[in-house]
Design a protein around this ligand. Structure first.
Ligand code: ZN
Ligand code: ZN
Length: 848
């Protein structure tokens, strides 16, 4: 019979302490002596105590020696569960074997439920052997028709990811309840067999919320947002989890990062408010993030109120989300208020505040907060490094970096970025080489972008080759930088290669990447490819429209540029200043005088875009080129802005074209007052004199130029042959094939002479400096590049040359002749526009 006081004593002893083996033995003795074996709770407590005291073997020993009539399956069960819970398979099997050896088949057989729980724990280890072993055992013991056990087994296979075994168990089940079907749906979904999951889903008569949610989850897993949404909308038993699954899935698929889905996000949120289910913290947090990324001020503020109403005001995660939202929508004072009102601030909240202050340029406040923080993590240090490197204070950034105990790849990346932004590529590269194996794709992107920002385009492309050799997967960001490098260099082949790479690797061509491609194709001279990319873009923003309009303008497609402008406004995209620069250039390059005047007057009156100095520059160019020099001068003198050197410069070029020396001299005087260091002005004036054979004035001009110590940028042309960029500077004989090129140039000269070509001596001094020293126009860099192109590329291939300066009259004539004599198309990009030479004519119609 039970002796209560002793039992209580044993309970309390077992409950309070970690027991030594000796103590366990003593208690064991007391249990036996007092005949308490009949009291199962005490036995269970004792067994657990053995486990807790890390003496599971003693528990096995106790059970093994228990008289059969006292032994109960639940004892073994709890023992084995305890072993599984503590992940101790050795104990588990010792115990299991003990049970199987000593069990009395009549009174003491293991139950199906016991095995079901094994599978449940077994799934946690993810050990297929474990599950298969007991699968065999339950078949042998004849439990395989038990629904609960079968579901447990199914769940086990599902969790360890063994679809075929799961399918087999499911197919062989005598009866399938909703739980089993749910498990099957989610395992099918997990392996991407969404259609099979859907068939099962449709065949189910009883569906619970878990069924619906699993189906939604299946679709989201494969990125099928619309089907997921259909199922979600049909679900009659939506619960909080349904919302979480949908919104979380949306978040993972980047649905919230596409501004086009904003309307839907707002609708979803309102629907959720009407459904009487209060959203949980993670859903709210995702929606706030969405508001923050797209600056949806109204919804964000509404959420702020709801968060208050639903009593989440102490939730540090949500409050941090709000802080971040206000910082991103540039409402720093509200961000500060949220921060100040937070009852408790963790390191994440503090970090968010540091980035908010950094973003708005409050570096000192950020530093003060940084100093006051008790707990800092890597993000804290990294935010502070970024804060300094952004404002170009690379020294302070370095001090923070150096003192950080949590230097990770983000810290290194921030420092590399800082050095690149400060134009210090040497230090940036030094760090880049130091960080070794922890480099990630951001590191590579930062360095590649750094090269592009510092106009080291070839180095950017070379680094990309290294990146490939090291098998680092580039991202969309890498591609945007590389395309920008190609655009600057005018390397069409490389640009096309990158476009193919993007397609082959299925990188997402969004507006940013799409725009980079359009820009690259335009600047590399392939307007048809640019148009192709443009038309394939599903979403176009103002930048894409601007790129295509500016591109068409550069290629002299004035009418087409106007057409795209028309389409753009029809599609409801409002033009900006850049659009009008493109349009006015288009009109100017194509001699569309009245159209240009119309756009210039409409830009403010119809589209509300204030003309800037660039627009006046375009107009002066447009009027001047067409010979309306007086009108151009009037526009300059009447403009509300102070005319700059560019505006005067374009009038000077027009004076040169129309040989108006008097006005030209006046303009040059103004130009020299504005910018005496710009050698281009002297060159223009001397060209103007030269064209009128006023050689004394030419000499005077050149003397002035030498006296003022002015240096002119040397003319430089490049051509890409077999993915290698060859650069030619006039008079520079360093190219390995220089003597061959030279011989070829002579040959070209002879052939052109036979065609009746005579050098235009008036242009000898045009736009040149080093070229000038050579004393002969036949050595202008674009001619060397074209000669090299003719030599090294097969007949029929378009020769593409990029020149850093404007091409001169004489070279322009020569290009036209070469295109006819050699039957080769030549595409040349000069500083201003594209010339497509073909069969003796240029696309610019000699108007550039
Ligand atoms: Zn030339
Ligand atoms: Zn031309």
């Amino acid at each position: 019979m039970l002796q209560q006081p002793i039992v209580s004593f044993i309970f309390s002893t077992l409950d309070t302490k970690l027991l030594t083996l000796k103590q366990l033995q003593q208690i064991h003795g007391q249990i036996l002596a007092n005949g308490n074996l009949v009291f199962p709770p005490l036995i269970n407590t004792f067994l657990h105590s053995c486990h807790r005291s890390r003496n599971p073997n003693y528990a096995s020993h106790f059970l093994y020696n228990l008289p059969p009539s006292f032994s109960k399956p639940s004892f073994w069960d709890s023992m084995m569960k305890a072993s599984l819970q503590s992940n101790n398979l050795l104990n588990f099997f010792t115990c299991y074997n003990a049970m199987m050896c000593c069990r009395d088949p009549n009174a003491n057989s293991p139950s199906a439920g016991m095995f079901a729980s094994f599978f449940q724990y077994g799934a946690k280890f993810g050990d297929p052997q474990f599950g298969k072993l007991f699968h065999g055992v339950v078949v042998k013991l004849g439990f395989d028709s038990d629904v609960v056990l079968q579901t447990g087994l199914l769940d086990f296979y599902a969790k360890i990811g063994n679809l075929s075994c799961a399918q087999k168990v499911f197919d062989e089940m005598s009866q399938r309840d909703v739980v089993a079907c749910n498990v099957m749906i989610s395992v099918l979904g997990k392996h991407g067999f969404v259609e099979d999951a859907r068939v099962l889903f449709d065949s189910m008569l009883d569906k619970d919320s878990y069924t619906w949610n699993s189906m939604v989850s299946c679709y989201l897993k494969v990125g099928d947002i619309s089907s997921a949404r259909l199922i979600f909308d049909r679900n009659p038993v939506k619960n909080e989890i349904s919302w979480n699954v949908l919104i979380d899935g949306y978040g993972k698929l980047g649905y919230f990062s596409n501004p086009d889905n904003l309307g839907d996000v707002v609708a979803l949120y309102n629907q959720m408010l009407c459904s009487d289910l209060s959203p949980n913290q993670s859903v709210l947090s995702l929606i706030i993030q969405c508001c923050a990324s797209f600056c949806v001020i109204q919804l964000g503020k509404a959420l702020h109120c709801q968060i208050f109403k639903w009593n989440f005001k102490h939730d540090v995660v949500l409050q941090t989300g709000l802080l971040d939202f206000y910082a991103k929508v540039d409402d720093l004072s509200s961000a500060k208020r949220v921060f100040d009102e937070m009852p408790y601030r963790d390191v994440v909240a503090n970090n968010a505040m540091i980035s908010a202050l950094s973003k708005h340029g409050f570096v000192k406040d950020a530093q003060n907060l940084f100093n006051s923080m008790q707990e800092k993590n890597s993000v804290t240090f990294n935010s502070m490094i970024t804060c300094y490197s952004k404002i170009g204070d690379i020294h302070s950034a370095w001090l923070i970096f150096d003192s950080s105990p949590f230097k990770d790849v983000v810290s290194w990346n921030a420092m590399i970025d800082g050095y690149c932004k400060a134009g210090d590529l040497n230090h940036a590269e030094e760090l880049f080489n130091q960080i070794g194996y922890v480099k990630n794709s951001v590191t590579w992107n930062t360095m590649i972008t750094g090269f592009v920002q510092c106009k080291e385009f070839q180095r950017a492309l070379q680094l990309f080759e290294h990146m490939q050799a090291e098998r680092v997967k580039p991202t969309e960001v890498t591609m945007v930088s590389l395309l920008s490098a190609c655009a600057h260099l005018g390397t069409l082949e490389m640009g096309e290669w990158i476009h193919n790479y993007i397609k082959k690797n299925k990188l997402k061509i969004d507006v940013v990447l799409g725009n980079a491609l359009i820009d690259m194709y335009c600047k590399c001279g392939s307007i048809s490819h640019a148009l192709d990319v443009f038309h394939k873009l599903k979403v176009k923003n103002i930048y894409c429209w601007n790129s295509i309009i500016v591109g068409l303008a550069m290629h002299g497609y004035g009418k087409e540029a106007m057409g795209y402008f028309c389409k753009m406004t029809q599609e409801g995209v409002n033009p900006d200043g850049v659009t009008f620069i493109g349009l006015l250039c288009a009109c100017s390059h194509s001699g569309l005088i009245s159209e240009g005047k119309m756009y210039f007057s409409q830009m403010q009156t119809v589209y509300g875009v204030e003309p800037g100095i660039e627009h006046y520059g375009c107009m002066v160019d447009l009027l001047g080129r067409s010979g309306q020099l007086k009108e151009a001068l009037e526009l300059i003198t009447s403009m509300p802005l102070k005319p700059n050197a560019v505006v005067w410069g374009s009038l000077l070029r027009s004076c040169h074209i129309h040989k108006d020396t008097k006005l030209g001299e006046q303009v040059t005087q103004r130009l020299l007052e504005l910018d005496p260091s710009d050698g281009g002005n002297y060159v223009f004036l001397s060209n103007l004199y030269a064209s009128l054979n006023r050689w004394k004035d030419v000499d005077r001009c050149r003397k002035l130029m030498t006296e003022s110590g002015v240096h002119k940028v040397p003319g430089c042309s490049s051509i890409e042959v077999d993915n290698v960029i060859h650069e030619f500077v006039a008079g520079d004989g360093s190219h390995p094939q220089f003597s061959q090129i030279n011989a070829y140039l002579v040959e070209i000269g002879k052939k052109l002479k036979d065609e009746g070509y005579e050098a235009d001596t008036g242009s000898v001094f045009h736009d040149i400096d080093d070229e000038e020293k050579e004393g002969s126009v036949s050595y202008h860099s674009e001619r060397i590049a074209v000669a090299f192109g003719l030599m090294s590329t097969p007949f029929g291939k378009v020769i593409r040359v990029v020149k850093n300066l404007r091409t001169c009259n004489d070279c322009h004539t020569v290009m036209k002749l070469i295109s006819k004599v050699y039957k080769r198309e030549i595409v040349m990009r000069d500083r201003n526009r594209f010339h497509h030479f073909s069969n003796g004519v240029c696309s610019c119609k000699d108007y550039w």
